[in-house]
Design a protein. Sequence first.
Length: 308
Amino acid sequence: MTAPGAGQPRPALAAPVLPAFVGRPTAGPREAASWTPRQVIANNLRSVVGRAYPRIRGLTREPSWVLFEMLLPFLTTSSFVFVYRALDAPQAYIGFVVLGGAMTAFWLNVVWMMAAQLYWEKDQGNLELYFAAPMNVMSVLFGMAVGGLVMSSTRAAVVLLVATVVYGVTFSVSQWGLLIAVFILTLAALYGFGMMLASLFLMWGREAWHMTQLMIEPVYFVSGLNFPVGRLGLLGAVAIALIPLAVGLDAMRQLAFASTGVTGTPEPWIETLILVAMTVIFVGLARILLHSMEERARREGRLTVRWR
């Protein structure tokens, strides 16, 4: 006696029906891997815009932050102005302080919002998304640089304008083209330096916090933020060779106060070439380090060399 249905083929199980909200790939692996150069560029440009948008939009989200970001650096600049006035220093030194106070905004942005950014993203759980997404990580950092540049420019412009009006600083520029070129190259070298440090800070792990602190006040002194860097002698020459802020600030002071007879460590055109070399070297090293980090993350399943 056989059980009912014995010997009969069992019906095949129906394929599960996925709900509409479950993501399905719109293209197979072969199609996804065969993007045209135009699609790759467009995708990276979207990444740049998407990462720059929060920093630019954030300027209007919390107006009180903008006020403090502009007011506090102005107070620091004012303290050095009063010191030079008490010492009866030449008027050009007051201009040095004002220009240095404006450039402080860019250095702080590079240290806090570029160099340490990937380390903070790792703590917040976003770093895995960056490495898994079909984009170049350099586009993420470039978007951070663009957004941070807009934020820092507003702060630097207000400090420069208010301090110039309040303290009567007059500029005498004879080579506007070279001055603009030095300013742009200084920003390029600074943010390239920040991209390179972003990878290093991520590999160093918890030491990134200590390195961030180390790169504020000591760098202010070595870069000659409130005085000509040439007064430091050999230490100033080392700063000119290693720190973009020192090179760019020294060149801009010579070009912005040409009639005062101010001389820097090298000539402005030499410092311009130094900035070009720094930009190429720092961006190249940042690309190499980020590529190495990305390959390690995808091959070994870990995002840092240490602490993981």
